[in-house]
Design a protein around this ligand. Structure first.
Ligand code: G6P
Length: 367
């Protein structure tokens, strides 16, 4: 194992740094620049089948469930197909009403998670077409489903998922272009998205350069026992994932919330000792997010903003981490990277076993 680590202290840090390559591997051979769309070899769905889909159900566990939630926003926005996302462990025991034109998508890094596998089998028993977004080639879920898209992220050894998560986000973004282009999405919009996907690895490399800055922020905040993560729209699931990452490897209590929901409960937690990480994309939600920041600060809460806007006045937050600007369809990926680095450096600061956190398994194959 040590030889595989190379210059890195932990697999998690190595895998965070492998993301430019993992993302390139996810889109290699799948971009059709001239038609402004994406293509996938293994979906087993004709254009006619795609036109007939009137609902998508995404089923997954853990971090993969968070990528499914981002997928919901992206697919509904760009493909105009209604999407629902369920925990596999809930879906498999429920008598969920489904339309015959529902497409089921399962997402799993390992391809072996028992609840996801059993949810897939249940959907297939009911006659649904199930496609997978899977990293582990030849895994049980990949072998049993009706088609799918491999992530090609390479092995992920750190228990906390990093490169597999961002690669799932990218594939969902590509899928939203592909489904969109077989339905409503315009050629011009498709071209812009494909170009944003092609140039993403460079922006990820630039984002990784924030490592040292984030390490020093992590040192200053590692003593806190509670954190809130806030975001709107696609950034809400990114907030959930940021909170999960921190919990998993540092054992600090953290909660992710849609920014505006804060006032319906979590605001009671805010104090000098409960910092908030607020994700502030440079889009139509910017002003609303900054007013959430002010609500936190008015209650003496510390705020770390993660943004791709260059216009946020420094006095508005305690820390501002700025990532490169990008198209909305890949922005959740860039916003994720500072959150991965922050939880990694906090866990290191606390002396935690980053790659093998207590009580967790890389792949949960028992019920
Ligand atoms: C475990 C891992 C998580 C992962 C989840 C689903 O809980 O610790 O990191 O997100 O399983 O795993 P899968 O392999 O199905 O994506």
């Amino acid at each position: 194992e040590e030889a595989q680590l190379g210059d890195f202290e932990h697999f998690m840090l190595k895998e965070i740094n492998e993301q430019p390559l993992a993302l390139e591997n996810a889109f290699r051979g799948r971009l059709n620049m001239s038609e402004g769309t994406c293509k996938f070899g293994g979906l087993n769905l004709s254009r006619k089948n795609i036109r007939q889909i009137d609902r998508i159900l995404i089923v997954a566990c853990g971090t993969a469930w968070h990528s499914g939630l981002v997928g919901e926003y992206l697919i509904e926005k760009y493909s105009r197909i209604p999407v629902e996302v369920e925990y596999a462990s809930e879906f498999r025991y429920r008598n969920a009403p489904m339309d015959k034109n529902t497409l089921v998508i399962v997402i799993s890094q390992s391809g072996e998670t028992i609840d996801t596998l059993e949810a897939q089998r249940e959907a297939q028993r009911k006659g649904y077409h199930v496609i997978g977004i899977i990293n582990n080639v030849g895994s049980t879920i990949a072998r049993e489903n009706d088609g799918g898209i491999y992530q090609h992220s390479g092995p992920e050894i750190g228990v906390a998922s990093t490169k597999a998560f961002t690669s799932q986000l990218l594939i969902l973004s590509m899928l939203s272009v592909y489904l969109g282009r077989t339905r409503d999405l315009s050629y011009a919009d498709g071209c812009q998205m494909v170009e944003a996907i092609r140039t993403l690895p460079k922006l990820v490399e630039q984002t990784l350069e924030l490592g040292e800055e984030i390490q020093s922020i992590a040192k200053a905040y590692a003593k806190n026992k509670d954190f809130l993560f806030l975001g709107r729209l696609e950034m809400f699931p990114i907030a959930l994932e940021g909170a999960l990452k921190l919990k998993e490897i540092s054992y600090i209590h953290a909660e992710g919330y849609p920014a505006a929901e804060m006032k319906h409960g979590p605001i009671a937690l805010i104090s000098e000792d409960c910092p908030s990480i607020v994700i502030v994309p440079d889009d139509e939600t910017l002003k609303k997010n900054l007013s959430s920041v002010q609500e936190v600060r008015a209650r003496k809460g510390k705020v770390i903003i993660i943004t791709d806007s260059y216009d946020i006045p420094a006095h508005l937050a305690d820390e501002i981490i700025t990532v490169p600007k990008s198209h909305n369809c890949v922005r959740p990926i860039l916003m994720t990277i500072p959150l991965q680095l922050l939880s990694y450096y906090i866990a290191v600061e606390l002396g935690r076993d980053v790659d093998k956190p207590r009580n967790l398994a890389k792949s949960v194959t028992v019920e």
